[in-house]
Design a protein around this ligand. Sequence first.
Ligand code: AMP
Ligand code: GLY
Length: 422
Amino acid sequence: MKVLVIGKGGREHAIVKKASESRLVTKVFAAPGNEGMGDAAELVDLQETQIGELAGFAKKEEIALTIVGPEVPLMNGIANVFRKEGLAIFGPSQAAAQIEGSKQFAKDLMKKYSIPTAKYEVFENLSDAKRYVEKHGAPIVIKADGLAAGKGVVVAMTEKEALDCLHEFMEDKVFGEAGSAVVIEEYLEGEEFSLMAFVQEEKVYPMVIAQDHKRALEGDLGPNTGGMGAYSPVPQIPEAVVQHAIDTVLNPAAKALVQEEAAFTGILYAGLMLTKEGPKVIEFNARFGDPEAQAVLPRMKSDFIEVLLSVMKKEEVDIQWKKEAVVGVVLASAGYPGQYETGTDLGTLQDVPENAMIYHSGTRKAEGRYVTNGGRILTVSAEGETLEQARKIAYDAIRRIPANGVFYRKDIGHRAFIAAKK
Ligand code: AMP
Ligand code: GLY
Protein backbone atom coordinates (compact mmCIF):
# COMPACT_ATOMS: atom_id res chain seq x y z
CA MET A 1 0.00 0.00 0.00
CA LYS A 2 0.94 3.64 -0.45
CA VAL A 3 1.04 5.97 2.52
CA LEU A 4 0.96 9.78 2.61
CA VAL A 5 2.47 11.66 5.55
CA ILE A 6 1.46 15.30 5.95
CA GLY A 7 3.94 17.74 7.45
CA LYS A 8 7.57 18.69 7.16
CA GLY A 9 9.30 18.47 10.55
CA GLY A 10 11.37 16.02 12.57
CA ARG A 11 8.24 14.35 13.88
CA GLU A 12 7.06 13.72 10.34
CA HIS A 13 10.50 12.39 9.41
CA ALA A 14 10.16 9.86 12.24
CA ILE A 15 6.67 8.91 10.99
CA VAL A 16 7.95 8.59 7.42
CA LYS A 17 10.83 6.36 8.51
CA LYS A 18 8.58 4.08 10.54
CA ALA A 19 6.01 3.87 7.72
CA SER A 20 8.74 3.09 5.17
CA GLU A 21 9.88 0.16 7.34
CA SER A 22 6.40 -1.41 7.40
CA ARG A 23 6.09 -4.67 5.51
CA LEU A 24 2.73 -3.47 4.15
CA VAL A 25 4.10 -0.34 2.54
CA THR A 26 5.42 -0.04 -1.01
CA LYS A 27 5.79 3.71 -1.10
CA VAL A 28 5.69 6.70 1.23
CA PHE A 29 4.91 10.23 0.09
CA ALA A 30 5.47 13.29 2.26
CA ALA A 31 3.67 16.58 1.67
CA PRO A 32 5.53 18.84 1.69
CA GLY A 33 8.15 16.86 3.65
CA ASN A 34 11.72 18.05 3.64
CA GLU A 35 14.80 17.18 1.65
CA GLY A 36 16.35 15.37 4.60
CA MET A 37 13.68 12.66 4.39
CA GLY A 38 14.34 12.24 0.69
CA ASP A 39 15.56 8.64 0.83
CA ALA A 40 12.52 7.35 2.74
CA ALA A 41 9.77 9.29 1.01
CA GLU A 42 8.93 10.96 -2.27
CA LEU A 43 8.25 14.63 -1.63
CA VAL A 44 5.00 16.16 -2.85
CA ASP A 45 4.95 19.86 -3.60
CA LEU A 46 1.84 20.64 -1.57
CA GLN A 47 1.69 22.54 1.70
CA GLU A 48 -0.01 20.98 4.72
CA THR A 49 -2.81 23.57 4.52
CA GLN A 50 -3.73 22.82 0.87
CA ILE A 51 -6.38 20.39 2.00
CA GLY A 52 -8.38 20.12 -1.22
CA GLU A 53 -5.25 19.54 -3.30
CA LEU A 54 -3.95 16.97 -0.81
CA ALA A 55 -7.24 15.03 -1.01
CA GLY A 56 -7.00 15.21 -4.82
CA PHE A 57 -3.46 13.85 -4.68
CA ALA A 58 -4.47 11.01 -2.32
CA LYS A 59 -7.25 10.00 -4.71
CA LYS A 60 -5.12 10.16 -7.82
CA GLU A 61 -2.28 8.16 -6.25
CA GLU A 62 -4.67 5.71 -4.57
CA ILE A 63 -3.15 6.39 -1.16
CA ALA A 64 -4.38 3.70 1.25
CA LEU A 65 -3.66 5.69 4.41
CA THR A 66 -2.82 9.31 5.19
CA ILE A 67 -1.15 10.20 8.49
CA VAL A 68 -1.23 13.79 9.69
CA GLY A 69 1.78 15.09 11.62
CA PRO A 70 1.07 18.70 12.65
CA GLU A 71 -1.92 20.31 14.33
CA VAL A 72 -2.76 23.10 11.89
CA PRO A 73 -4.28 20.97 9.10
CA LEU A 74 -6.24 19.05 11.75
CA MET A 75 -7.73 22.26 13.14
CA ASN A 76 -8.50 23.24 9.55
CA GLY A 77 -10.54 20.07 9.08
CA ILE A 78 -8.30 17.91 6.88
CA ALA A 79 -9.70 14.71 8.41
CA ASN A 80 -13.28 15.82 7.74
CA VAL A 81 -12.50 16.52 4.08
CA PHE A 82 -10.62 13.25 3.55
CA ARG A 83 -13.33 11.13 5.20
CA LYS A 84 -16.03 12.86 3.18
CA GLU A 85 -14.09 11.88 0.07
CA GLY A 86 -13.89 8.27 1.29
CA LEU A 87 -10.14 8.50 1.98
CA ALA A 88 -8.62 6.72 5.01
CA ILE A 89 -6.84 9.18 7.29
CA PHE A 90 -5.34 8.82 10.75
CA GLY A 91 -6.05 12.09 12.53
CA PRO A 92 -8.91 13.70 14.43
CA SER A 93 -11.78 15.71 12.97
CA GLN A 94 -11.87 19.45 13.38
CA ALA A 95 -14.23 19.08 16.34
CA ALA A 96 -12.00 16.53 18.09
CA ALA A 97 -8.81 18.49 17.39
CA GLN A 98 -10.16 21.31 19.54
CA ILE A 99 -8.76 19.38 22.48
CA GLU A 100 -5.49 20.93 21.35
CA GLY A 101 -6.69 23.95 19.36
CA SER A 102 -8.64 25.57 22.16
CA LYS A 103 -7.27 25.45 25.66
CA GLN A 104 -10.69 26.57 26.85
CA PHE A 105 -12.39 23.59 25.16
CA ALA A 106 -9.84 21.24 26.72
CA LYS A 107 -10.19 22.79 30.15
CA ASP A 108 -13.99 22.74 30.05
CA LEU A 109 -13.95 19.10 28.95
CA MET A 110 -11.63 18.16 31.83
CA LYS A 111 -13.80 19.98 34.33
CA LYS A 112 -16.99 18.34 33.05
CA TYR A 113 -15.50 14.83 33.06
CA SER A 114 -13.41 15.15 36.23
CA ILE A 115 -10.05 14.72 34.51
CA PRO A 116 -7.32 15.99 36.86
CA THR A 117 -5.77 19.28 35.76
CA ALA A 118 -4.66 22.63 37.17
CA LYS A 119 -7.39 25.02 38.35
CA TYR A 120 -7.94 27.77 35.82
CA GLU A 121 -10.00 30.70 34.62
CA VAL A 122 -10.42 32.17 31.17
CA PHE A 123 -10.25 35.93 30.60
CA GLU A 124 -11.03 38.07 27.59
CA ASN A 125 -10.58 41.33 29.41
CA LEU A 126 -7.19 42.64 30.50
CA SER A 127 -8.26 44.36 33.71
CA ASP A 128 -10.18 41.28 34.95
CA ALA A 129 -7.13 39.14 34.19
CA LYS A 130 -4.84 41.52 36.07
CA ARG A 131 -7.15 41.57 39.06
CA TYR A 132 -7.11 37.75 39.16
CA VAL A 133 -3.29 37.68 39.12
CA GLU A 134 -3.13 40.31 41.85
CA LYS A 135 -5.52 38.27 43.96
CA HIS A 136 -3.75 34.89 43.50
CA GLY A 137 -0.12 35.99 43.34
CA ALA A 138 2.81 34.04 41.87
CA PRO A 139 3.91 31.51 40.78
CA ILE A 140 1.11 31.43 38.26
CA VAL A 141 0.81 30.27 34.64
CA ILE A 142 -0.53 32.30 31.72
CA LYS A 143 -1.46 30.75 28.37
CA ALA A 144 -2.68 32.24 25.12
CA ASP A 145 -5.97 30.46 24.34
CA GLY A 146 -5.23 29.77 20.65
CA LEU A 147 -2.31 28.08 18.93
CA ALA A 148 1.09 29.61 19.47
CA ALA A 149 3.46 26.76 18.50
CA GLY A 150 4.22 25.85 22.11
CA LYS A 151 5.46 29.34 22.85
CA GLY A 152 2.30 31.00 24.16
CA VAL A 153 2.85 29.85 27.74
CA VAL A 154 4.53 31.81 30.50
CA VAL A 155 5.25 30.25 33.87
CA ALA A 156 5.51 33.46 35.87
CA MET A 157 7.52 33.15 39.06
CA THR A 158 6.72 36.73 40.12
CA GLU A 159 3.56 38.79 39.99
CA LYS A 160 5.28 41.43 37.87
CA GLU A 161 6.27 38.85 35.28
CA ALA A 162 2.63 37.69 35.15
CA LEU A 163 1.26 41.20 34.69
CA ASP A 164 3.85 42.03 31.99
CA CYS A 165 2.88 38.86 30.18
CA LEU A 166 -0.83 39.78 30.24
CA HIS A 167 0.00 43.12 28.63
CA GLU A 168 2.07 41.41 25.94
CA PHE A 169 -0.61 38.82 25.13
CA MET A 170 -3.76 40.91 25.44
CA GLU A 171 -2.67 44.44 24.60
CA ASP A 172 0.41 44.14 22.38
CA LYS A 173 -1.01 40.91 20.88
CA VAL A 174 2.38 39.26 20.39
CA PHE A 175 0.55 36.09 19.34
CA GLY A 176 -2.14 37.92 17.38
CA GLU A 177 -5.69 36.76 18.04
CA ALA A 178 -4.39 33.62 19.81
CA GLY A 179 -3.77 35.90 22.79
CA SER A 180 -7.02 37.82 22.87
CA ALA A 181 -8.29 35.28 25.39
CA VAL A 182 -5.95 33.93 28.05
CA VAL A 183 -6.16 31.00 30.41
CA ILE A 184 -4.69 31.70 33.84
CA GLU A 185 -3.73 28.55 35.66
CA GLU A 186 -2.64 27.26 38.99
CA TYR A 187 1.10 26.45 39.02
CA LEU A 188 1.75 22.71 39.21
CA GLU A 189 4.95 21.38 40.71
CA GLY A 190 6.42 18.00 39.91
CA GLU A 191 7.97 15.79 37.26
CA GLU A 192 6.62 16.27 33.74
CA PHE A 193 6.10 13.51 31.18
CA SER A 194 4.43 12.95 27.83
CA LEU A 195 1.98 10.09 27.44
CA MET A 196 0.77 9.48 23.89
CA ALA A 197 -1.73 6.92 22.65
CA PHE A 198 -3.27 5.71 19.44
CA VAL A 199 -6.98 6.38 19.82
CA GLN A 200 -10.01 5.20 17.89
CA GLU A 201 -13.17 6.60 19.46
CA GLU A 202 -13.34 5.16 23.01
CA LYS A 203 -10.46 2.70 22.44
CA VAL A 204 -7.05 3.82 23.73
CA TYR A 205 -3.74 2.10 22.88
CA PRO A 206 -0.98 3.76 24.94
CA MET A 207 2.63 4.16 23.86
CA VAL A 208 5.69 4.16 26.07
CA ILE A 209 6.23 7.54 27.74
CA ALA A 210 8.82 10.21 27.01
CA GLN A 211 10.06 13.40 28.61
CA ASP A 212 10.49 16.58 26.61
CA HIS A 213 12.71 19.58 27.47
CA LYS A 214 10.57 22.63 26.78
CA ARG A 215 12.95 25.34 27.90
CA ALA A 216 15.60 26.68 25.56
CA LEU A 217 18.54 26.50 27.96
CA GLU A 218 20.33 23.97 30.12
CA GLY A 219 18.96 23.41 33.59
CA ASP A 220 15.44 24.06 32.24
CA LEU A 221 16.01 27.79 32.04
CA GLY A 222 15.12 30.36 29.42
CA PRO A 223 11.95 30.68 27.33
CA ASN A 224 9.59 27.87 26.37
CA THR A 225 10.20 26.33 22.95
CA GLY A 226 8.55 23.67 20.81
CA GLY A 227 10.90 21.17 22.55
CA MET A 228 14.71 20.91 22.72
CA GLY A 229 15.07 17.16 23.18
CA ALA A 230 13.28 14.07 24.43
CA TYR A 231 14.07 10.65 25.79
CA SER A 232 12.32 7.39 26.51
CA PRO A 233 11.91 5.52 28.82
CA VAL A 234 11.50 7.90 31.77
CA PRO A 235 12.63 5.74 34.69
CA GLN A 236 11.73 8.26 37.41
CA ILE A 237 8.03 7.90 36.50
CA PRO A 238 6.84 4.59 37.96
CA GLU A 239 4.83 2.20 35.81
CA ALA A 240 1.90 2.46 38.24
CA VAL A 241 1.74 6.22 37.66
CA VAL A 242 1.58 5.67 33.91
CA GLN A 243 -1.25 3.19 34.37
CA HIS A 244 -3.01 5.63 36.68
CA ALA A 245 -2.72 8.33 34.01
CA ILE A 246 -4.14 5.98 31.39
CA ASP A 247 -7.09 5.23 33.69
CA THR A 248 -7.76 8.77 34.90
CA VAL A 249 -6.77 10.84 31.86
CA LEU A 250 -6.56 9.06 28.51
CA ASN A 251 -9.49 6.66 28.84
CA PRO A 252 -11.89 9.26 30.23
CA ALA A 253 -10.77 11.86 27.66
CA ALA A 254 -11.41 9.49 24.75
CA LYS A 255 -14.85 8.61 26.18
CA ALA A 256 -15.64 12.28 26.86
CA LEU A 257 -14.94 13.21 23.26
CA VAL A 258 -17.30 10.46 22.07
CA GLN A 259 -19.97 11.81 24.45
CA GLU A 260 -19.44 15.33 23.15
CA GLU A 261 -19.93 14.10 19.57
CA ALA A 262 -16.30 14.85 18.83
CA ALA A 263 -15.02 11.25 18.71
CA PHE A 264 -11.25 11.14 18.29
CA THR A 265 -9.23 9.16 15.75
CA GLY A 266 -5.49 9.65 15.83
CA ILE A 267 -2.76 10.35 18.35
CA LEU A 268 -3.92 11.75 21.64
CA TYR A 269 -1.05 13.31 23.58
CA ALA A 270 -1.32 14.13 27.27
CA GLY A 271 1.34 16.42 28.72
CA LEU A 272 1.26 15.48 32.41
CA MET A 273 2.73 16.72 35.66
CA LEU A 274 3.25 14.14 38.38
CA THR A 275 2.17 16.22 41.39
CA LYS A 276 1.88 15.13 45.00
CA GLU A 277 -1.78 14.40 44.26
CA GLY A 278 -0.98 12.24 41.23
CA PRO A 279 -0.67 13.00 37.51
CA LYS A 280 -2.47 16.13 36.27
CA VAL A 281 -2.92 17.34 32.71
CA ILE A 282 -0.90 20.33 31.55
CA GLU A 283 -2.11 20.11 27.97
CA PHE A 284 -3.59 17.81 25.39
CA ASN A 285 -2.34 17.62 21.84
CA ALA A 286 -4.13 16.00 18.93
CA ARG A 287 -0.95 14.60 17.34
CA PHE A 288 2.47 13.17 18.09
CA GLY A 289 4.76 15.39 20.13
CA ASP A 290 7.81 16.84 18.43
CA PRO A 291 10.48 15.79 19.54
CA GLU A 292 8.71 13.02 21.50
CA ALA A 293 7.94 11.14 18.26
CA GLN A 294 11.68 11.02 17.51
CA ALA A 295 12.26 9.29 20.87
CA VAL A 296 9.20 7.03 21.06
CA LEU A 297 8.70 5.76 17.49
CA PRO A 298 12.24 4.33 17.21
CA ARG A 299 11.39 2.16 20.25
CA MET A 300 8.38 0.61 18.54
CA LYS A 301 9.03 -3.00 17.61
CA SER A 302 5.62 -3.72 16.10
CA ASP A 303 4.89 -2.83 12.48
CA PHE A 304 3.71 0.78 12.68
CA ILE A 305 1.25 0.64 9.80
CA GLU A 306 -0.18 -2.69 10.92
CA VAL A 307 -0.78 -1.14 14.32
CA LEU A 308 -2.53 1.90 12.80
CA LEU A 309 -4.80 -0.26 10.66
CA SER A 310 -5.72 -2.47 13.63
CA VAL A 311 -6.38 0.55 15.83
CA MET A 312 -8.67 2.04 13.20
CA LYS A 313 -10.67 -1.22 13.27
CA LYS A 314 -10.63 -1.21 17.10
CA GLU A 315 -8.99 -4.64 17.14
CA GLU A 316 -7.07 -5.89 20.14
CA VAL A 317 -3.42 -5.00 19.55
CA ASP A 318 -0.48 -5.80 21.74
CA ILE A 319 2.01 -3.14 20.69
CA GLN A 320 5.59 -4.33 21.24
CA TRP A 321 8.34 -1.95 22.35
CA LYS A 322 12.09 -2.34 22.45
CA LYS A 323 13.68 -2.30 25.86
CA GLU A 324 16.47 -0.10 24.47
CA ALA A 325 16.48 3.58 25.40
CA VAL A 326 16.39 6.48 22.95
CA VAL A 327 17.72 9.99 23.53
CA GLY A 328 16.92 12.71 20.98
CA VAL A 329 18.77 16.02 21.02
CA VAL A 330 17.44 18.98 19.04
CA LEU A 331 19.82 21.28 17.19
CA ALA A 332 18.36 24.78 16.84
CA SER A 333 19.35 28.06 15.24
CA ALA A 334 21.02 30.56 17.57
CA GLY A 335 18.29 32.93 18.76
CA TYR A 336 15.43 30.40 18.63
CA PRO A 337 12.67 30.64 19.91
CA GLY A 338 13.16 34.33 19.08
CA GLN A 339 14.67 35.75 15.89
CA TYR A 340 17.27 33.66 14.10
CA GLU A 341 19.12 33.52 10.82
CA THR A 342 18.98 30.73 8.25
CA GLY A 343 21.39 29.49 5.59
CA THR A 344 24.17 28.33 7.94
CA ASP A 345 26.24 25.40 6.68
CA LEU A 346 25.69 22.01 8.36
CA GLY A 347 28.01 19.98 6.16
CA THR A 348 26.87 16.76 4.45
CA LEU A 349 25.45 15.14 7.61
CA GLN A 350 26.78 11.81 6.33
CA ASP A 351 29.00 11.07 9.30
CA VAL A 352 26.41 9.58 11.63
CA PRO A 353 27.38 6.88 14.14
CA GLU A 354 25.71 3.51 14.11
CA ASN A 355 22.54 3.52 16.26
CA ALA A 356 21.98 7.22 15.62
CA MET A 357 19.55 8.80 13.22
CA ILE A 358 19.09 12.38 12.07
CA TYR A 359 15.51 13.54 11.82
CA HIS A 360 15.38 16.71 9.74
CA SER A 361 13.07 19.64 10.40
CA GLY A 362 14.57 23.01 9.47
CA THR A 363 17.16 22.02 6.87
CA ARG A 364 17.50 22.45 3.15
CA LYS A 365 19.99 21.09 0.65
CA ALA A 366 22.43 23.32 -1.17
CA GLU A 367 25.02 21.81 -3.53
CA GLY A 368 25.13 18.45 -1.77
CA ARG A 369 25.39 20.00 1.68
CA TYR A 370 22.72 20.89 4.19
CA VAL A 371 22.07 24.41 5.43
CA THR A 372 19.79 25.62 8.23
CA ASN A 373 16.29 26.64 7.23
CA GLY A 374 14.29 27.03 10.45
CA GLY A 375 14.29 27.44 14.21
CA ARG A 376 14.53 23.81 15.17
CA ILE A 377 16.90 22.30 12.60
CA LEU A 378 17.10 18.59 13.32
CA THR A 379 16.91 15.98 16.05
CA VAL A 380 19.69 13.48 16.53
CA SER A 381 18.11 10.37 18.08
CA ALA A 382 20.33 7.60 19.36
CA GLU A 383 19.49 4.17 20.64
CA GLY A 384 21.42 2.45 23.44
CA GLU A 385 21.03 -0.32 25.94
CA THR A 386 20.69 2.35 28.62
CA LEU A 387 19.83 6.05 28.60
CA GLU A 388 23.46 6.74 29.50
CA GLN A 389 24.67 4.93 26.38
CA ALA A 390 22.03 6.47 24.15
CA ARG A 391 22.94 9.93 25.38
CA LYS A 392 26.61 9.39 24.68
CA ILE A 393 25.93 8.24 21.12
CA ALA A 394 23.59 11.20 20.49
CA TYR A 395 26.13 13.77 21.68
CA ASP A 396 28.99 12.10 19.79
CA ALA A 397 26.87 12.41 16.66
CA ILE A 398 25.85 16.01 17.25
CA ARG A 399 29.45 17.08 17.85
CA ARG A 400 30.28 15.98 14.31
CA ILE A 401 27.99 18.68 12.93
CA PRO A 402 29.51 22.14 12.29
CA ALA A 403 28.22 24.32 15.10
CA ASN A 404 28.36 27.88 13.76
CA GLY A 405 25.16 29.78 14.42
CA VAL A 406 23.45 26.81 16.06
CA PHE A 407 22.96 25.57 19.61
CA TYR A 408 21.70 22.56 21.49
CA ARG A 409 21.15 21.64 25.11
CA LYS A 410 23.92 19.52 26.55
CA ASP A 411 21.79 18.10 29.35
CA ILE A 412 19.03 16.16 27.58
CA GLY A 413 17.88 13.44 29.97
CA HIS A 414 19.34 15.22 33.00
CA ARG A 415 16.29 14.62 35.17
CA ALA A 416 16.57 10.85 34.70
CA PHE A 417 20.27 10.97 35.59
CA ILE A 418 19.65 13.12 38.67
CA ALA A 419 16.88 10.72 39.77
CA ALA A 420 19.19 7.73 39.25
CA LYS A 421 21.86 9.29 41.48
CA LYS A 422 19.46 9.92 44.38
P1 AMP B 1 1.99 23.90 27.45
O1 AMP B 1 2.22 24.52 26.11
O2 AMP B 1 0.64 24.11 28.00
O3 AMP B 1 2.43 22.46 27.47
O4 AMP B 1 3.02 24.58 28.45
C1 AMP B 1 4.41 24.60 28.17
C2 AMP B 1 5.18 24.26 29.41
O5 AMP B 1 4.92 25.19 30.46
C3 AMP B 1 4.82 22.92 30.00
O6 AMP B 1 5.48 21.88 29.39
C4 AMP B 1 5.23 23.09 31.45
O7 AMP B 1 6.61 22.89 31.61
C5 AMP B 1 4.90 24.53 31.71
N1 AMP B 1 3.57 24.60 32.30
C6 AMP B 1 2.39 24.72 31.65
N2 AMP B 1 1.35 24.75 32.50
C7 AMP B 1 1.87 24.65 33.74
C8 AMP B 1 1.31 24.64 35.07
N3 AMP B 1 0.00 24.75 35.27
N4 AMP B 1 2.16 24.53 36.10
C9 AMP B 1 3.48 24.45 35.91
N5 AMP B 1 4.08 24.45 34.70
C10 AMP B 1 3.29 24.56 33.62
N1 GLY C 1 7.01 18.62 22.39
C1 GLY C 1 5.75 19.14 22.76
C2 GLY C 1 4.77 19.19 21.70
O1 GLY C 1 4.95 18.61 20.64
O2 GLY C 1 3.75 19.81 21.87
